[in-house]
Design a protein around this ligand. Structure first.
Ligand code: NAP
Length: 253
């Protein structure tokens, strides 16, 4: 018997495990034979809900050579998909679109001395995938990872970040922000204000300028917009293939 038409464009994957970081933050690991991807891209994950496929894009956290595939997500109170994703267990079936896509990738980034990867919340996922590849370390003199969250317990993937810092000592800097509450070792507040007053550069021990930096932004669209505006005041503009610039971005919603 033929599978229903709606099913044919989806590949079947198998859940390996699920990590619960907080009430709302989860990492789902999946084995699936999807096409190759570049670090920074996303897959579409889907579940059949009331006999319809409901799909959303989720960035890979794993590097292209790593298996299983890993996706970091936040549950949304009324989200039909995330409320089901978070209940999946090892061995459960999940559907994936066969071809990953997305432009938050280093092959779209022009040469510069410093690469700044600035994320809020789950937007750190694609940057971890990028940092687990060789390309950033071969192409940039310095790489700065910035993770901005509301609360300290949302500063996830600390072991991964510590491992990267140890492997790339001298070349990598990591800066975290906690906006709601004071946390030792993290800046307080938001990224755009910290660019404006110089505290981000001070924490990274590096300067941020149009002459020597490229910035990738991922996460909350308001952070992406406000940070782009702050960088514009420093003479930086969005990068386009036909008009090279200094900012590459992905809005998460
Ligand atoms: P969030 O509200 O995105 O906040 C994360 C960090 O970004 C916080 O430190 C926050 O600071 C900061 N931020 C917010 N607006 C900013 C701006 N204009 N400029 C600079 N920084 C800014 O929190 P989250 O927990 O990661 O995500 C929460 C909500 O995002 C979810 O509940 C959901 O509504 C939405 N979301 C939707 C999707 C989707 O696919 N639909 C995916 C992910 C998240 P403050 O604490 O000062 O606000």
């Amino acid at each position: 018997m033929n599978a229903p038409a709606v099913m044919q464009k989806w590949l079947e994957g198998v859940v390996v495990d699920q990590k619960r970081w907080t009430e709302r933050l989860f990492s789902l690991r999946v084995n699936a034979e999807i096409a190759g991807f570049e670090a920074g891209q996303f897959a579409k994950l889907a579940l059949a809900i009331n006999s319809e496929m409901v799909a959303r894009p989720y960035s890979f956290v794993n590097a292209p050579r790593e298996r299983p595939h890993e996706f970091y997500y936040v549950t949304l109170p009324d989200g039909p998909l995330t409320q089901r994703l978070c209940k999946l267990e090892a061995g459960d079936t999940i559907y994936l679109a066969p071809r990953p896509s997305g432009f938050l990738v280093l092959s779209e980034v022009p040469a510069s001395a410093k690469l700044w990867l600035i994320a809020t919340g789950t937007g750190i996922g694609p940057f971890l995938s990028i940092l687990k590849t060789d390309a950033p370390w071969q192409r940039f003199k310095y790489v700065v990872l910035v993770h901005a969250v509301r609360h300290a317990n949302e500063l996830t993937y600390r072991d991964t970040i510590e491992g990267l810092l140890a492997r790339h000592a001298g070349q990598m800097r990591a800066v975290s922000f906690v906006s709601r509450g004071e946390t030792a070792g993290s800046l307080h507040g938001r990224v755009p204000a910290a660019i404006e007053d110089g505290s981000l550069e001070a924490a990274a021990r590096l300067t941020l300028s149009a002459e020597d930096s490229h910035v990738m932004l991922c996460g909350n669209p308001e952070m992406v917009g406000d940070t782009t505006e702050m960088l514009r005041r420093r003479g930086m503009r969005k990068h386009r293939r036909r008009e090279p610039g200094h900012i590459t971005l992905e809005n998460y919603w």
